[in-house]
Design a protein around this ligand. Structure first.
Ligand code: HEM
Length: 394
C-alpha cells in the first residue's frame, strides 16, 4: 500500500489507505517521495501541539515551496515562535469569537443574496454558485479587496493550489497564478496607501510589531502581502470545501437533513461531524528538529512528517464506528482546524459562515438531490473537496 497525496485515485477515496496505515504502518515511510506519515489520532494530536520538535518553517505541505517567495512574502503559518506568535497576535484581534459574531448579519445577507436566485432556479452548482462566493465575499470584504477584482483573484488562488497527478512538482500554471496574485496584492497595497479604506489591510499599515532586537517596527509590504495571501487562501479554500461536503453528505443522508431542517439548533453539531468525517485540510506537514522515536523507529532530524488529520479523524481508537456519519456524535477534540499554536485562526469565522449558510439553505431547499456522477473534485495537495456539485430541488 502506498500513500501518495498527489494520486487522483487516492484523493477520490483516501479512507481505505488511511485505515491500512493506522493498522499496519502507524509510522509510515515513503522512500520515493522522502517523507514519513503518522495517522493515528493520538499521534497526530501529539505532533501538532509539539512545535519545538515539529517545525513549520519549511512549509506545511509536502511539496517544497520556493524559499525566495517565502522570504519575500513571509506567512505565519510557515513560521515557528517567536516570530509566529508576534504576527499572530497582530491579526488575532480581528478573529476573536466576539468580533466574528458581529459579522453574522453581513454573512447572512451575503448568503441570502446568493441563495435567492438559486432557489428561484430550483438548483444550480452548489460550489460555483454558493460555497465559493460566500467565503470569498466575506474574507475579501474583511481585507478590503475591491469587488471588481475578487473573482480573478480567487481564480488565481485556486489555480496556485492545483496539482498534477502523482507528482509534488508545482505545475507551471500554479507558479504563474501565484506570481499574478502576488503582483496583484503588491499593487493593491500601493493603491490603498494612496486611497485607504476601512479594511484589515489598511489597519495593518499602522500596526506595530516587536522587532528581533527589541523595540517596535512597522510591517513591511511583503509581510502584509503574506497576511493577505494567507488569509485569502485559508479563508476561501477550506470553508468552500466544508460546505460542499455538507451538501453532498446531507443529500446522501436525507434523514439527517430532515433533522437539521426541523431543528436548525442541530446545525453546529452537524458541522463538527462533517469536519471530522471529511476534513477539508487532510494533513499538515512538519520538519523534524531532532531525532524522534515513533512505533519503534527513528525519524531523523531534518526529515519531513505528514500529520494525517483526515486519517486521525477516522481512527476507531478515538471514535466509535468512525466511518458512520452521525450528526449527533460528540467530537470532543476537533482536529479539523489543527491544534496547538497554529490552530486555525479563522475557526470561529468558518463555523459562523457554515452555520449561517446551512440555516439559509435548509429554508430554501426542503429536499434536494446531488448529481454525484457529475461532481468533480479539486486536486490540491492537502485540501480535499469538490470544485463542482450540481444539485436540484426535489
Ligand atoms: C472549514 C474551514 C477551515 C478549515 C478546515 C481550516 C483548517 C485549518 C488548519 C488545519 C490549520 C492548521 C495548519 C497547520 O497546523 O499547519 C489552519 C490554520 C489557519 N487558518 Fe484555517 N481553516 C478553515 C477556515 C479558515 C478561515 C475562514 C480563515 C480566515 C481567517 C482561516 C485562517 C487560518 C490561518 C491564518 C491559519 C494559520 C494560523 C497560524 O499559523 O497560527 N482558516 N486552518
Amino acid at each position: 500500500m502506498e500513500l501518495n497525496p498527489f494520486s487522483y485515485e487516492f484523493q477520490e477515496d483516501p479512507y481505505p489507505t488511511y485505515r491500512w496505515l493506522r493498522d499496519h504502518a502507524p509510522l509510515y515511510r515513503n522512500e520515493k517521495m522522502d517523507f514519513w506519515a503518522l495517522s493515528r489520532f493520538r499521534d497526530v494530536l501529539a505532533g501538532l501541539v509539539d512545535w519545538q520538535t515539529y517545525s513549520s518553517a519549511e512549509g506545511i505541505v509536502l511539496e517544497r515551496l520556493d524559499p525566495r517567495m517565502l522570504e519575500m512574502t513571509p506567512m505565519m503559518i510557515f513560521m515557528d515562535p517567536p516570530r509566529h506568535d508576534r504576527l499572530r497576535k497582530l491579526v488575532s484581534r480581528a478573529f476573536t469569537p466576539r468580533r466574528v459574531a458581529g459579522l453574522e448579519p453581513f454573512v447572512r445577507e451575503t448568503a441570502v443574496q446568493l441563495l435567492d436566485p438559486l432557489a428561484a432556479r430550483g438548483g444550480g452548482d452548489f460550489v460555483k454558485d454558493f460555497s465559493t462566493p460566500l467565503p470569498m465575499d466575506v474574507i475579501f470584504t474583511l481585507l478590503g479587496v475591491p469587488h471588481a477584482d475578487r473573482r480573478q483573484l480567487r481564480e488565481w488562488m485556486d489555480t496556485s493550489l492545483d496539482r498534477d497527478p502523482d507528482t509534488p512538482a508545482l505545475p507551471s500554471r500554479a507558479i504563474e497564478a501565484m506570481m499574478h496574485s502576488m503582483r496583484y496584492w503588491f499593487d493593491l497595497l500601493a493603491e490603498l496607501r494612496r486611497h485607504p479604506n476601512d479594511g484589515l489591510i489598511c489597519a495593518l499599515f499602522d500596526a506595530e510589531i516587536e522587532g528581533d532586537e527589541g523595540g517596535t517596527t512597522r510591517l513591511s509590504d511583503g509581510e502584509i502581502v503574506g497576511f493577505c495571501s494567507l488569509l485569502g487562501a485559508a479563508g476561501n479554500e477550506t470553508t468552500t470545501k466544508l460546505l460542499a461536503n455538507a451538501a453532498v453528505l446531507f443529500a446522501r443522508h436525507p434523514g439527517d437533513y430532515g433533522t437539521v431542517r426541523a431543528d436548525p439548533g442541530r446545525i453546529p453539531g452537524a458541522i463538527e461531524e462533517i469536519l471530522r468525517y471529511t476534513s477539508p485540510a487532510q494533513y499538515a506537514a512538519r520538519t523534524v528538529t531532532r531525532d524522534v522515536e515513533w512505533h519503534g523507529q527513528t525519524v531523523p532530524k531534518g526529515d519531513r512528517v505528514l500529520f494525517l488529520i483526515g486519517a486521525a479523524n477516522r481512527d476507531e481508537r478515538e471514535f466509535p464506528d468512525p466511518d458512520r456519519f452521525d450528526i449527533g456524535r460528540e467530537v470532543p477534540t476537533q482536529l479539523g482546524f489543527g491544534q496547538g499554536i497554529h490552530f486555525c485562526l479563522g475557526a470561529s469565522l468558518a463555523r459562523l459562515e457554515s452555520r449561517v449558510a446551512l440555516e439559509e439553505f435548509v429554508q430554501r431547499f426542503p429536499a434536494y438531490a446531488v448529481d454525484e456522477a457529475r461532481c468533480r473534485r479539486v486536486h490540491m495537495s492537502n485540501v480535499h473537496g469538490y470544485e463542482s456539485v450540481p444539485f436540484v430541488r426535489t
